[in-house]
Design a protein around this ligand. Structure first.
Ligand SMILES: O=C(CO)COP(=O)(O)O
Length: 253
């Protein structure tokens, strides 16, 4: 059985004080759950502070993005080496907002995925189709190609530990969730693609999250699906209360 993973993507929200308040509250309330990985990904400015607040706690901290090289003249960027030195376990890569607003492509996502593994970071690789692609019935084709490109040069051993987040772009921040059945169909197609690229064991081991308007009220149904192992959550991860509720739902689902 794959361990569930609920990851909050805070995007560009919260001041440092609000971020610390959230972590203090979640540290107090989070059930010591062995069954669920509970992660929040704050703006990079807060990573060091929140990482030290969560040492020895259930809550884990992830980054929202990173560059692919260890160091260099790249103003404003954060490197894999820097994240690794802070012992940050996870990094979100290729989020659709990064692809849309910051020129990330399948090629740059692939470089970052390779850099994550080279630096002991677990990548949360985001894939997902646009509304136009869904309407043209190109969902599976689009997502399979994104997976194929993101995993170029990644070994089976590495892929087994990776996380893929399936986030249909039309469901992000819109209140529109894919039905659990539709999300499961795409997550299954992703697993089949991993089987083609690697083997059955790798496909069985890799964890696949759904993302897009997930909240405490719809998480249980999504997690009841065979191929959905967790969620990547935006808006509903910003309040400690709803974040803790989602961890509770995932612990019992
Ligand atoms: O983009 C997302 C998580 O990465 C989803 O955001 P929402 O949960 O706010 O729709």
């Amino acid at each position: 059985m794959r361990k569930r993973i609920i990851a909050g993507n805070w995007k560009m929200y919260k001041t440092m004080e609000e971020a610390k308040q959230f972590v203090t509250e979640v540290n107090e309330r989070l059930p010591q759950s062995e069954q669920v990985d509970a992660v929040v990904c704050p703006p990079s400015l807060y990573l060091a502070a929140l990482q030290s607040m969560t040492e020895g706690r259930s809550l884990q901290i992830g980054a929202q993005t990173m560059h692919d090289v260890a160091e260099g003249a790249f103003t404003g960027e954060v490197s894999p080496k820097m994240l690794s030195a802070l012992h940050i376990p996870y990094v979100i890569l290729g989020h659709s907002e990064r692809r849309q607003y910051f020129n990330e492509t399948d090629e740059t996502v692939n470089k970052k995925v390779l850099a994550a593994f080279a630096n002991q970071l677990t990548p949360i690789v985001c894939v997902g189709e646009s509304l136009a692609e869904r309407e043209a019935e190109k969902t599976v084709e689009t997502v399979a190609l994104q997976v194929q490109k993101a995993f170029e040069g990644v070994t089976a051993e590495q892929a087994k530990n990776a996380i893929i987040a399936y986030e249909p772009i039309w469901a992000i921040g819109t209140g529109k969730t894919a039905t659990a059945e539709d999300a499961n169909i795409v997550c299954e197609a992703i697993r089949v693609e991993i089987d083609h690229l690697y083997d059955e064991q790798t496909a069985a081991a890799i964890r696949i999250q759904y993302g897009g308007s997930v909240k405490p009220g719809n998480l249980g149904e999504l997690l009841s699906m065979e191929h959905i192992d967790g969620a990547l959550v935006g808006g509903a991860s910003l309040e400690a209360d709803s974040f803790v509720k989602m961890i509770e739902v995932a612990s019992h689902a």
